[in-house]
Design a protein around this ligand. Structure first.
Ligand code: HSE
Length: 310
């Protein structure tokens, strides 16, 4: 039997209310699994995809995981090496939970592990971002960096991939509700105005800075006061009809803050303690249930491992 490696990479919450395109954290679950093994044919081939309802392309150049892995192989001068890839999608597409980023991160890390780990996670990050870029057209690492590296990650500059893992206070727990509403990231990016009034920029910068200080100082009250998106959320809320009702329910149930996860439609909240987070998730899901919109809920600490061999 030829050598094989199986890797899991998690879902992630991008933006985290105050860091559009520059802040994200990884969840414990859901996530994607990718298996790679050496094969007799030449080059990388995708041999199996499950859990995608036939939606993902087998063509390496068009597949986020395949393309990311191929970019890494080219960088390493290993394009002739026969490698077979299986992709097992275990999370929904278009959910705002970084589905393509999870595949991309798992794809590069699996191939890197198969080749004996020649590069570090930081060194393969660029290739994972290239993979995700073919899914939504933009080069930003707010889902890919947490999916690969784990933790809560601030990207000071996407082009330079100047990424920083932030401390996460013990007991900070996320509640995530994924309503079965379809939103394409492309469309959710399309509704955003390219201009930002100065007073909004001032508020958003203050909140991002406050969030970071809150994380460093384990100051839950400061995290709660800071977790307010005055720029992106008001423009995207219309795409998720009961958004403000869900947010109200989350805050009433004791969440520190609540906003849209990535480009939506998932909505996340952060709470102090798992019990509170469970309660918040139920309150959020109840609102969607009242609107007859099916949901999936996840309650998760921040996943510090990112992509891992399983
Ligand atoms: N930061 C991105 C957005 C995440 O909100 O559009 C989704 O790719």
């Amino acid at each position: 039997m030829k050598k094989e490696v199986k890797v899991f990479a998690p879902a992630s919450v991008a933006n985290v209310a105050v860091g559009y395109d520059i802040l994200g954290f990884a969840l414990e679950r859901p996530g994607d699994e990718i298996i790679v093994r050496f094969a007799d044919h030449e080059g990388l081939q995708i041999s199996k995809i499950t859990g995608d309802n036939g939606k993902l392309p087998y063509e390496v150049q068009k597949n986020t995981a395949g393309f990311a892995a191929q970019c890494l192989l080219e960088h390493l001068g290993e394009t002739k090496r026969g490698i077979e890839m299986e992709i097992h999608k275990k999370m929904p597409f278009g959910s705002g939970l970084g589905s393509s980023a999870a595949s991309s991160a798992a794809g590069v890390w699996a191939v890197n592990e198969l080749l004996g780990t020649p590069l570090s996670k930081r060194e393969v990050l660029h290739f994972a971002v290239l993979g995700e870029q073919i899914a939504d057209g933009a080069y930003h690492a707010d889902n890919v960096a947490p999916a690969l590296l784990g933790g809560m990650v601030l990207i000071r500059n996407n082009k330079e991939l100047d990424v920083h893992q932030l401390p996460v206070p013990d007991g900070l727990v996320a509640s995530v509700v994924y309503p079965h509403i379809k939103i394409l990231t492309k469309d959710a990016r399309g509704v955003l105005s390219p201009n930002l009034p100065l007073p909004k920029m001032i508020q958003q910068c203050g909140n991002l800075a406050g969030m970071i200080i809150g994380l460093y100082q384990s100051d839950f009250s400061l995290i709660g006061r800071s977790l307010k998106d005055v720029v992106i959320e008001p423009q995207r809320a219309q795409l998720i009809p009961p958004f403000y009702e869900v947010k109200k329910a989350a805050l009433a149930a004791g969440a520190l803050g609540c906003s849209i996860s990535g480009a939506g439609p998932s909505i996340f909240a952060l709470s102090q303690g798992r019990e509170k987070a469970e309660h918040v998730a139920q309150a959020m899901a109840q609102v969607f249930n009242n609107h007859q919109i099916p949901v999936e809920e996840f309650v998760s600490s921040v996943n510090q491992s990112g992509a891992i061999k399983i």
